[in-house]
Ligand binder design. Structure first.
Ligand SMILES: C[S@@+](CC[C@H](N)C(=O)[O-])C[C@H]1O[C@@H](n2cnc3c(N)ncnc32)[C@H](O)[C@@H]1O
Ligand SMILES: [Zn+2]
Length: 393
């Protein structure tokens, strides 16, 4: 394709200004588009890498094999402390993306730190040298599912016990619109009901844990979340069969009632006593297999929060809100009760989520809101205990 000089436009995200090529009026029609909606994903990536650098005290090598305009990598080189980034490998299969990246790399004087690769991501990942200190972080950001790149990435990260970051935008599959596709791609049953996003995220992590386990590796979630139309998983790779064995004990299923929001989780090796809802006798829906363990690492999230002021983030307020919610949720068990269904079951109106939270907390239960739903409540209290609290009002 001919590149015409008058179609270049400057964009600033965070504190980085770079050029994009606008060959269509609507951003999503452009041959390589810059998506401002994903700025939150990139802001959190900057904060996450900053925490990793502080924790590991070493210069990082970062691989961005689905780079698009390259914005993620420019921000990493430009916004993180200069002496903390050794090398960034930026790749894409689309020649226009490579043209955009090459132009920006020259204009921004990034040539020393940036290596550009025009190839299929799988070849780029596969060709990484498997030596010490060559690749610390791989960030998968494909259109749709990252599943076919996970195992190769884990192999590349093994020697440095690095970090795998991955976005997934195939929510129609993972959130149950196409359950057969979900079963084929992720070997798991999704749901379309109130738990859909948390189930989707935990199915994706389950797949990472299974792939890692086959290689004798473990992956430890440090920040996994869902935001609008995407899921994002950040895990640390550990070269330990023992840790992997322990993690496999936290794989299982969630059962839930679509009518009254009763929920129960069960490990893969165990059976649920009854698959009928103990409140309303409706047949429980089952989703999984999925990951039942933690989605966040406390120290890591706290460091990210501390570092917010260090950067010019595109969406600082949103990031602060999300990290606060995560810190609230961090010790809660997996999955949440959907409070409007419990209020309907109790035939109660006008009891607020805050009132329920305060009452359960005063009784000594672990309780929090959740990033997955503003009407959701995570707690170790049983359904009956929540009903008791609601009935006091
Ligand atoms: C979601 S966009 C990337 C957005 C970018 N990471 C960002 O933060 O703005 C996905 C990119 O992956 C590229 N792509 C698709 N399939 C690929 C493959 N198999 N190997 C390498 N790149 C691929 C596309 O050309 C596109 O630029
Ligand atoms: Zn029920």
């Amino acid at each position: 394709m001919e590149i015409s000089e008058d179609k270049w436009e400057e964009v600033t995200e965070g504190s980085t200004t770079f050029s994009i090529y606008k060959d269509a009026d609507i951003i999503y029609d452009a041959s390589v588009f810059y998506n401002p909606k994903m700025a939150i994903n990139r802001d959190l990536t900057i904060l996450a890498i900053s925490s990793i650098i502080k924790k590991e005290m070493k210069k990082i090598c970062f691989l961005d094999p689905f780079a698009g305009t390259g914005v993620r990598s420019y921000r990493i080189i430009n916004e993180l402390p200069q002496n903390s980034v050794e090398k960034v490998i930026v790749g894409d299969i689309n020649p226009i993306a490579i043209n955009i990246i090459t132009r920006n790399s020259n204009n921004l004087n990034f040539d020393e730190k940036m290596e550009i690769k025009h190839s299929n991501a799988i070849n780029i990942i596969d060709s990484l040298p498997k030596n010490k200190d060559t690749t610390h972080i791989i960030d998968l950001d494909p259109f749709g599912s990252p599943i076919e790149y996970i195992e190769e990435s884990l192999r590349a990260l093994r020697i440095n016990e690095g970090y795998l970051f991955s976005t997934a935008t195939d929510l129609q599959v993972l959130c149950g619109k196409f359950p057969d596709s979900c079963y084929r791609i992720y070997n798991a049953f999704p749901t379309r009901h109130f738990l859909c996003h948390e189930v989707a995220l935990r199915i994706l992590i389950y797949n990472m844990i299974i792939s890692a386990g086959r290689l004798g590796l473990a992956v430890e979630p440090i920040l996994c979340y869902n935001h609008e139309h995407f899921l994002r998983v950040k895990v640390k790779v550990k070269d330990s069969k023992e840790v992997a064995n322990q993690q496999h004990k936290k794989l299982g299923y969630v059962y839930f009632c679509k009518k009254c929001s009763y929920i129960a989780t069960v490990e893969l090796s165990k059976e649920l006593e009854s698959t009928l809802c103990s409140n309303c006798s409706k047949k429980l829906e089952k989703a999984g297999p999925l990951w039942l363990g933690n989605l966040y690492e406390l120290e890591f999230i706290e460091q990210m929060k501390k570092d917010i002021e260090q950067f010019t983030l595109q969406l600082e307020k949103k990031i602060e809100k999300l990290l606060n919610l995560i810190l609230d949720e961090i010790n809660s068990p997996p999955f949440f009760y959907y409070i409007p269904f419990i209020l309907r079951f109790c035939k109660k109106e006008g009891v607020s989520l805050n009132q329920i939270i305060d009452s359960l907390r005063s009784k000594g239960f672990t309780v929090s809101r959740t990033i997955f739903d503003p009407q959701g409540l995570k707690t170790d209290a049983s359904y009956d205990e929540i009903v008791n609290v609601i009935e006091q009002y």
